[in-house]
Design a protein around this ligand. Structure first.
Ligand SMILES: [Zn+2]
Ligand SMILES: [Zn+2]
Length: 619
């Protein structure tokens, strides 16, 4: 049973914990160690992150002009030097510095100088950023922290003395390329990631957990299980679904179709591109332009590939007069969209440039809103049960007045009204949620659902958005029971997210051992010797006719090898056939867990498998 994470239980903010101070201090100690080994290194930034810390370094370029990199040996050496520094029992000393002192102190550190100037320069509203990224109305007091001979521009907090850190409770994990301020036009930096804990045991537990996550990594498993691939010539962020992936997609779409049909949705289909005019009207231009592909010009008219399906669905609603009797109208489509993500931000199936979304738009009156909204939330929960998702958090993202007219449509009263509406519906119906300011969609508040995989990794999956702006922009109306024209509200919802993100999540969640209904191959038929081939062929055909995705392994491998191969592919059922099975019209059933169920009549197996598939059971 899916269960909301109880947010009351969440303790002190991370920034105020001892672990945060330990990790922040380790970042500084690592920077010192790198400087001690590479005196010419330039420092970018080095914050604590979830489970650890990193620091970005610029090592300069080699003779060929390529950025110099750290090797695994370097990491070992840096770790050793860090241990020496920790054993030196140095205090972390805080010092307030004037802008000029800071400029002098970091005169050989171009990235630090850039940061200093950024802190001292107001934005167009006269606001400054403090080193924690918060907006303040005056230039921040610059501070540094020093341990031993290393002084860094920093706001803290740190441990009081390096002796508070255990030399056996941290580890440097990896090096990755990173761009200064995340912009690929900037020089490439070398980011060293480390993890740090209070003691050796915590570190060991974390490393074990990391190993489990690595085994489940969807990029690795997705390849091993032939689910998807990327191709250089097709382009980054544009996944190609292999036959196994296509089967999973069809199963998920089948599930969505069934759920949506039962909930009174209608399916529609819309083109992948449209004239600029449509996106000007929707407001995607200019509010969303940064995430869109540049336009193409055809016969003197500018066209864009769609980043979202909404405008097209609005056009379908508006394609003829509507009466209150028809409302709510729920239009659904697994629509393919294209979004421009920077290459540095692409990540497996989780961040891609082409995506197929479990999209739908619900047009309803204000009076119908509460019921429709709760129905959507309940649909999420029904999906979570089917997909064995046991933990989730709903986040209500609201607007911030500062973004009105830029990030958000400029209508303060409507923002207030819709946000209150959503908040009250959630409260009245006991839906657990947290509220986050300044993360809304440009046309209204949204609810993101974060789900946790079986090993506790967090993914933002579904979204649910309330839109008070677009129906008006599209002149959408219906005739209400008084005979007057009224503008409907629109709910945008995507409980199954995109195929890309959902399948990426499911691979990690199930570690590749999908429930039978989602498994690309559900059963494999394995003969003991050549004499059983004909019977195997026959039962494979019977299984397929019964709607079970079955495969006959007629390779030249020996039986044990065939079983091992099937286990590696996490095929749920292995049906082994020898003389006895052939005579009795039976199969010997082995589960992917290794569990041996013995022989049973083929018809009995078929009935059992059909039931597990129909009920979407996970065992
Ligand atoms: Zn710092
Ligand atoms: Zn939408």
């Amino acid at each position: 049973m899916a269960e909301a994470v109880d947010l009351q239980e969440q303790e002190v903010p991370y920034q105020e914990t001892r672990l945060y101070r330990i990790r922040h201090s380790l970042a500084h100690i690592m920077a010192q160690a790198v400087r001690d080994i590479y005196p010419k290194v330039k420092f970018a930034i080095g914050p604590p992150v979830e489970n650890g810390f990193y620091y970005d370094f610029d090592l300069g370029v080699d003779d060929d002009g390529n950025p110099m990199r750290f090797s695994d040996d370097d990491l070992e050496q840096i770790e050793k030097r860090m241990q020496e520094i920790i054993k030196g029992k140095f205090d972390f000393e805080l010092r307030e510095v004037t802008p000029d002192e800071a400029r002098e102190l970091f005169k050989d550190q171009p990235y630090k100088l850039e940061l200093i100037e950024r802190f001292l320069t107001p934005d167009e509203f006269g606001m400054y950023l403090d080193p924690n990224g918060n907006e303040i109305d005056h230039p921040p007091q610059l501070t540094t922290y020093r341990q031993d001979s290393f002084e860094d521009l920093c706001r803290g907090p740190h441990v009081a003395n390096t002796k508070e850190i255990k030399t056996n409770a941290f580890k440097l994990l990896s090096v990755a390329g990173a761009y200064w301020r995340g912009d690929e036009n900037n020089p490439q930096l070398q980011r060293i990631y480390g993890t740090g804990w209070e003691d050796k045991k915590q570190l060991k537990d974390y490393l074990t957990q990391l190993e489990e996550a690595r085994k489940r990594d969807h990029r690795k498993l997705g390849k091993e299980l032939d689910i998807f691939t990327f191709d250089e010539e097709v382009g980054p962020g544009l996944p190609l679904w292999l036959p196994n992936g296509a089967i999973m997609i069809e199963e998920l779409e089948g599930l969505a179709k069934e759920m949506e049909e039962n909930a009174g949705y209608h399916r529609v289909r819309t083109p992948h591109l449209s004239k600029e005019d449509l996106f000007l009207r929707s407001g995607h231009l200019p509010y969303y332009e940064e995430s869109m592909y540049p336009p193409m010009e055809l016969e003197g008219v500018r066209y864009f590939v769609k980043p979202m399906n909404c405008p097209m669905h609005h056009k379908i609603f508006g394609s003829r007069p509507r009466s209150y009797r028809e409302l709510p109208i729920r239009l659904a489509e697994y629509g393919t969209c294209y979004r421009y993500e920077k290459s540095g931000e692409l990540f497996g199936l989780m961040r891609v440039r082409s995506l197929q979304m479990n999209d739908a738009h619900i047009y309803c009156s204000i009076e119908q809103f509460e019921q429709e909204f709760i129905n959507v939330v309940n649909m999420y929960l029904a999906y979570f049960r089917i997909l064995d998702i046991e933990k989730y958090v709903m986040r209500l993202s609201t607007h911030h007045p500062r973004g009105l007219g830029k990030k958000y449509i400029n209508n303060p009263e409507l923002w207030q009204q819709t946000e209150d509406l959503v908040r009250n519906v959630m409260r009245d119906n006991d839906v657990h949620f947290v509220e986050v300011a300044d993360e809304a969609a440009f046309y209204g508040p949204k609810i993101d659902v974060q789900v946790y995989s079986a090993i506790g990794r967090e993914f933002t999956l579904a979204t649910n958005q309330v839109d008070f702006a677009q129906p008006g922009r599209f002149d959408l109306t219906f005739v209400n029971s008084e005979g007057e024209e009224e503008t409907p509200l629109c709910i945008h919802r995507a409980p199954l997210s995109t195929h890309e993100r959902l399948i990426g999540f499911l691979i990690e969640h199930y570690a590749g051992k999908f429930p039978v209904w989602l498994s690309p191959v559900q059963a494999v038929v394995i003969p003991i010797t050549d004499e059983h081939y004909d019977y195997c062929r026959q039962i494979t055909a019977d299984l397929r006719a019964a709607g079970i995705r079955a495969e006959f392994d007629d390779s030249s491998d020996r039986m044990n090898k065939k079983i091992r191969n099937a286990q590696k592919r996490y095929i749920p059922y292995m049906l082994v056939v020898g003389d006895r099975e052939m005579e009795e019209g039976a199969v010997a059933l082995r589960m992917r867990s290794g569990d041996d169920k013995g022989a049973l009549p083929l018809a009995e197996f078929i009935a059992m498998a059909q039931e597990v598939i129909r009920e979407k059971r996970y065992e």
